[in-house]
Design a protein around this ligand. Sequence first.
Ligand SMILES: *Cc1c(COP(=O)(O)O)cnc(C)c1O
Length: 381
Amino acid sequence: MTIKPFEKPIYVTRPFLPDLSEFTAGLREIWENQWLTNNGPVLERYTRRLIEYFDTENVCLFNNGTLALQIGLQGLGISGEVITTPFTFVATTHALYWNKIRPVFVDIEPDFYTLDPKKVEAAITPWTTAILAVHVYGHPCKVIALADIARRHNLTLIYDAAHAFGVGVNGRSIAHFGDLTMFSFHATKPYHSIEGGLLTFRDPGLKQKFDYLKNFGFKNEVEVVMPGTNAKMNEFQALMGEMVLRHMPEIVSSRRQIYRHYCDCLKDVPGIRLPTPLPNEVVYNYAYMPIEVNAGEYGISRDDLYQVLKQYNVYTRRYFYPLLNDFACYRSVSVSDPLTVARGVAERILTLPIYCGLSLSDVEKICGLIRQIPGQRKSSA
Ligand SMILES: *Cc1c(COP(=O)(O)O)cnc(C)c1O
């Protein structure tokens, strides 16, 4: 039995869009206000929603997640060395770079691909000021162990939660662990505001500083108190963010269904490792559908599977390959940790399409392809 390629491309993700009529009703309000950016009324209202959602006043919105993280590090006054993961999107390390901070890459643990606390502790030097950990794929980091290390060594604990909107641990939002957490609301993330970013933080005194930094350092019309940048969220982003937030429960439930269907359909394929089930205390957002391809058992390599799926119009992604320390711009950063786990995972990982609107029959077809491709390759060789 041969499976035909998909007629239209299936991408790894697709943004959730509210009904156009719902959105145009919101646009009418923006037209009436004639206020497009600079802390407008829609942004004010959206900020209040997020304060309720996260149950903290300590939130600050930005035009994207990268600038949110950059400003977060700057506002906290982080310098010297920061221990971080090489298994993430480049923006995590770029935010350090723009603050003239030296990244210290250490290994991840094999189940959830988040920073290995033992490796973090071993990498602390007199120059270490903070830990920048990533809730990669929305998998919560070892939050208790990391908080313990940060407390004992007097380090600031920062989380890149770009993938983790909607995730909770022990009945609390993931925003409440660590000193500062950044969320990305980019269109490719499970929750979005077209583009956008959010900081949540422990010290209420930071709010004023972040507000200055994202608006050129203006205190009032005639006073500039610091050399800030322009990282403000506009009214259109805030409107989209407000609307998508209302749909969050259905977005997560649709993703959960797709995720579980993949797990059912792929559970006995030799050489395909499914995601490790998350601990019971975690509320998950099903941000990604990562599998590991063990070439020896599966029959062909991850890269071959990735290429052949493309021929069937299925566009998976090798998130996160290459590791950050292997990119030309970070190759000169010295790395003492052998990064054994991260290297292996980066060679085997493949993230499959998952988004609200992907049908279960398409999921079955993708799984059918994954099942049949190695045999097909062998018989045509
Ligand atoms: C998407 C992403 C970012 C950057 O967020 P933007 O809103 O796109 O600037 C940072 N870190 C990680 C892990 C991401 O996936």
